[in-house]
Design a protein around this ligand. Sequence first.
Ligand code: ATP
Length: 749
Amino acid sequence: MHLKHLTISGFKSFAKKSELEFSSSITAIVGPNGSGKSNVAEAFRFVLGEQSPSKMRGKKGEDLIWGGSDQVSRGNRAAVSVLLDNQKRVFPLDFDEINLERVVHRDGQNEYLINGSVVRLKDVQEVLAAANIGPSGHHIISQGEADRILSASNKERREMIEDALGLKSYQYKKVEAEKKLQKTKENIEKVESLRREVAPHLRFLEKQVKKLERAAEIRLKLRDSYSEYLKREDIYLAGWQDRISTLFDPLTTKIKEIEGALANARNILESKKHDVKRDQLVSAERALSSTREAHQSLLREVGALEGQITFIERHIAEKESKAGDTTNINIPYADIDKLVTTLEKDTQNSLKSDDISHLRRSLGDLVHSLRQFLARAIERPENDSSEKLEYEELKKQKEELDKKLKTAEAEVNVAEQAYQEIRSSIESDQSESRDAEREVFRLINDRREAEAELSRLEFEKSGIERDREDFKRELQEAVALLGRDATLYLEYKVDATKAEIEKEDRTKQRDRRHELEKLKIRLEELGGANVELEQEYKTVKDRDDFLEREIADLTLSVSKLEELIVELEAQLDERFGEGITKISAEFNRFFALMFGGGEATLSQVKIESRKRKGELDDEESEVEEIQTGKTETGIEIGVKLPNKRVKGLDMLSGGERALTSIALIFAMSQVNPPLFVILDETDAALDEANSRRYGDMIEALARKSQLILITHNRETMSRASILYGVTMTGDGVSKLLSVKLDDAIAVAK
Ligand code: ATP
């Protein structure tokens, strides 16, 4: 037995604590009208969590509390507890017995307790739902409620049948899943809206951070480019500075040496100046020309004298030819010998001189001497002595002059010799000067070349120094831009040898520098590091990522919930379909049993889906339904009475309706037997024959479910093992007593 015990205290007419034991499968509660029997059924509804006061014939919670009578004052609380057996763990709690208790206070506050612990209504409902005891209370059929299932709409009927089939837990899960789905979708919307709100800011930050990242990349590139550029420049400048300084000193030394040699050569040149010798040459020239003039004048004198002599001789000869034939004349040998000796002597003297004029004169003298000899030979016979004397005189003068001429000739020779000596001395001096001059020229040239080389070196040196200054400036700029990273160039390994770097075309290094400039400009455009912005981006991004994950999780939940709902709907449909088939068969069987034939069926029909507006589950409240545009399944009942043409529920009599609904209730309880069924005067409208059939069905039902029957029916009472009588005396308080069947029949009356 699942239902073990019920305690009612202060509930409705049970002002005092009343207890009922349910130790058998059928318990009947009997008593006169108004004694409080239905209050017992309502006590069950109450303790099982019924929320609608109207289902317990009240308007509000306070109506459920003992209202007081003339004899017994009203109570402040109503309490009902039910003890359930849980040895088979039909309820999901690890206790063999579960005591559910509900208390309602005058202020309408409710308390729920499970095994003495205060819990929420939801907890109670969950515990009961596990045993298919749902809030619709399909297993508690109140008085006059028997044909409720017949008068219900197709949709309500479906709900009742679902409840009876134990599909409420599925429904409950489905509703829960739908609520969760709705909530999750709302959450997604909220989170998406949060993301949408933050998106523009995030995009802005993203752009900024991308810029920062690009700047960082460019910084790295700049760092590497700087390293290569600075390293190459450093190597290049150091190499060239070394080279220039090694060339510089020898070159200045060389120039000094050249200047020394040049000074020396100039001194030599100075010493070879020949002004003195030129004066000597001039005076030698003068001496030479004066001696020559003296000699020439002597020659002219001699010539004149010789002309006179020749004239006289010709005159004498003419006289002599006139005087005689000169063909044969006798000349003494001594004279001829004397002539020859004289001629020999003169000739020898003349031959000593190289001077042609001297020779020429000597020849003239020789001819003259011969002419005189001949003249003298012819003149031997002397005819004019004065002419002869003049002639002789002239001869003497000429001899004198010849002597002078010889002296003058000697003087000319001496002057010529002196002149030649000075001249050749000057010529020799000139040759030495030319050599010295050439040396000076060579040295000047050498010096010019060395100086040109030096100035080229100096030019290069100043170029290198300028480049070094540029290098320092560039390094400072690199430090300003890169901080300590700028010094990384010191360790940078250039992919080239020192010699290659030094020889490299400078345009390449200029190109590198140009590249650096471009990088610097790009870096400047992108702006510097911004830690705060990065931090803010990280925070906003983290939040956005979190929201994105949240949406992903929620979306996953949505699809899982949708899957669950689809699955639950499929299970519901399947179980519902199976259940309907079974219930329909049982319904038909019970119906035929009740009516001794005929047919009864349940069939599924499609109805338009409607949903309640608002969440109030209170029947009293105005419930508005709205169309959802979807269709759902409803349940239609078809009946055909035996031997009657009557079809359809509307054509049934009151008793027939009662029997039909009992058949259906029993069919439902048969397919999915509830733990207990409470039937409040369901049998009221039955005649004797039907009461027996009802009694049979009760017994059949009791094999699967514990039954509590509120009844006035003797037949029904006779099927119960335990009978409780409810009485109410003048104080308005219901009292319970265990009774025997006969007593019960008496009490019921
Ligand atoms: P019937 O056989 O006619 O159906 P019953 O035995 O089922 O009668 P109930 O309807 O359970 O009787 O009891 C009704 C009685 O309970 C009434 O007399 C009513 O005054 C009393 N009652 C209901 N609520 C309260 C309350 N809050 N305080 C006191 N008495 C109450």
